[in-house]
Design a protein around this ligand. Sequence first.
Ligand code: SF4
Ligand code: SF4
Length: 347
Amino acid sequence: MTTKKKISKKDIGKLLGIWSQWFSVLVPSKEENVAKMVGWDGKDVSFLVWYRNTVVPPKANFLPPVEKMFSFQQNRHGYHVEVPQDEQKRLIFGIRPCDARGITMIDKVFVETYEDCYYLSKRKNTVLIGLSCTNPYDSCFCTSLGVKPTESADVDLMFTDIGDEFLIEEVTDKGKELLASAGMVKEATKADDAKAKTVQATVSGMVIRKVDTKDIARKLQACFSDRDYWEKVAAKCISCGVCTFLCPTCFCFDICDELVKKQGARYRGWDSCSFRLYTKMPMENPREEKWRRVRQKVCHKYQFYPMNFDVAACTGCGRCIRLCPVNWDVTQILSSLPASVTSRGDK
Ligand code: SF4
Ligand code: SF4
């Protein structure tokens, strides 16, 4: 059972200051008007007022948009290869429960299935401090995917706004240790706990968009070959890749080399199954037509990923709905899947 503490909102800056002694602290910030988790400047806690969720999901702090894998240099003896080491200790303050669940989803691939050293070095050195969501967007549908806006399962500490204070759930031992030396943190009372429970019930009720996720994998399987259906679903998509780049559970990347004379570097960068050149192979691209790529995106999240991990690769964060330039809406697709094949088949 988790234990509960509390802190006055006016002491958050002091608490972040203490943590800054041991960690590089990241908080929600609007860099060039795009909200993302960036290094705290040591004083600004205004995000406590404006923050709903970041545009760029915190997966970017573990799997950056572009990352150097190694550099190489030719010398008299052959090639010298250098792999960058990243052992920096980080603390992300304010991660939303849906995005923390997204990190848990990526762990299944980059930690449990295959140990990706670049991801792992950042993951094992990062503490996640959650901040319950109290102002969901109308595009959010997290509760349909089993994530409550106050869910604490995927973080080390969870903060919930109870008025002038935050109630703090100590979820992991690592989280508990972080509070041990913070004098401004007090024991929570039963009344504080009751306030947090009221907040939890109220906010869950504010997530009004719902999707019936039962049977989705079977329905997707049933209409997989229904080309007419997928062409209609894909019609307005412009293959921009925004929905996958900004999805907290998407993890595909491409690799490229940069070579200048006898030295260079290998980089990896986010890729998207929405792009026509994605998975371009020596002979052909298996998903040349747009409808095949849209089908892949939907089926991977709600059919193929659950086949491997028993859970959909979606946290219901709603980014792919509110940030799509043509208002493509995955919840409309999931709510209107045909029960069986109705037209010409095409695999
Ligand atoms: S964000 Fe919208 S238009 Fe862009 S690839 Fe995704 S569905 Fe298509
Ligand atoms: S598929 Fe859309 S709603 Fe689901 S996690 Fe990704 S961006 Fe969020």
